[in-house]
Design a protein around this ligand. Structure first.
Ligand code: F6R
Length: 246
């Protein structure tokens, strides 16, 4: 595990974007596993900036997102599909056919999730998986108690996640209660994992996830077992980590 400290959200974003850039430059046809939420917004902004400067080319890149709310279609501004278009895809030269997000409109969970696992397999697996972390330790929408050995599956969101995500919706009642998420097994199969965290609210869980016991109660704790994990934290999120990490 490599922990990189950044001194601000912007610095965290730039450092993480650098690692993603390196992946794209080293393997132009790579498969990137991507996340939504507040954490990666700055990373996508930085990547767009470098793309506009001619430093990055996404023409042969494939992206596979972690998760999607059940019931929201592409036109819904709260869907993760929409988020990705708005914050990243529509600003770069990625091919629409190389972009994958779980199909939240498919009511047949079994079929939707198997189809997603098949896509990941057909793409040859994920080269680099970008992750944020929930205050309860969730990664993707794998909530505390999630089995480590699952592929893509349907989850019921925890109350804490609904509370954390309601800021994106007009009213709390509009936050979907279910989502399709890549499972921890799939995340752990990515060749590289890049976990990013920003802000005081993440400080305690980052420490617990990286230095506490490996337990399904803290889904991100399994990342301690990943052979190629890089963590980028800003000053606040890294506040509870031991000093001598390098
Ligand atoms: C989003 C995702 C979630 C978020 C997590 C942190 O695709 O998979 O696990 O990474 O909820 O969200 P933010 O970054 O908004 O604090």
């Amino acid at each position: 595990m490599k922990i990189i400290r950044a001194n601000s959200y912007q610095d965290m974003s730039r450092k993480a974007a650098n690692l993603i850039s390196a992946q794209v430059i080293m393997k132009p046809n790579c498969v990137l596993g991507l996340a939504t939420g507040s954490t990666p917004e700055g990373i996508y902004k930085q990547l767009i900036d470098w793309y506009n400067k001619g430093d990055l080319d996404f023409d042969r890149v494939t992206t596979i997102n972690l998760d999607e709310y059940v019931g929201l279609d592409h036109s819904n501004e709260q869907s993760y599909w929409y988020f990705m278009q708005k914050h990243f895809f529509r600003h770069i030269n990625i091919r629409p056919e190389n972009v994958y997000v779980p199909d939240g409109t498919n009511p047949d969970a079994e079929r939707a999730c198997r189809a997603y696992d098949y896509i990941i397999q057909r793409c040859g697996g994920i080269d680099l998986q970008l992750l944020g972390i929930g205050v309860d330790g969730h990664i993707g929408f794998n909530e505390p108690g999630a089995a480590f050995e699952l592929g893509t599956h349907k989850v019921r969101l925890q109350e804490s996640t609904i509370q954390a995500n309601k800021r994106f919706f007009a009213h709390e009642d509009e936050v979907p209660k279910e989502a399709y998420t890549m499972g921890i097994k799939t995340i752990m199969q990515a060749h590289k994992v890049l976990l990013c965290a920003s802000g005081t609210a993440k400080a305690a869980i980052i420490r617990e996830a990286l230095y506490g016991p490996v337990t399904p109660q803290v889904p991100a704790s399994i990342l301690q077992m990943h052979p190629d994990l890089t963590v980028v934290v800003d000053h606040e999120a890294g506040a509870c980590l031991p000093e001598d990490m390098d």
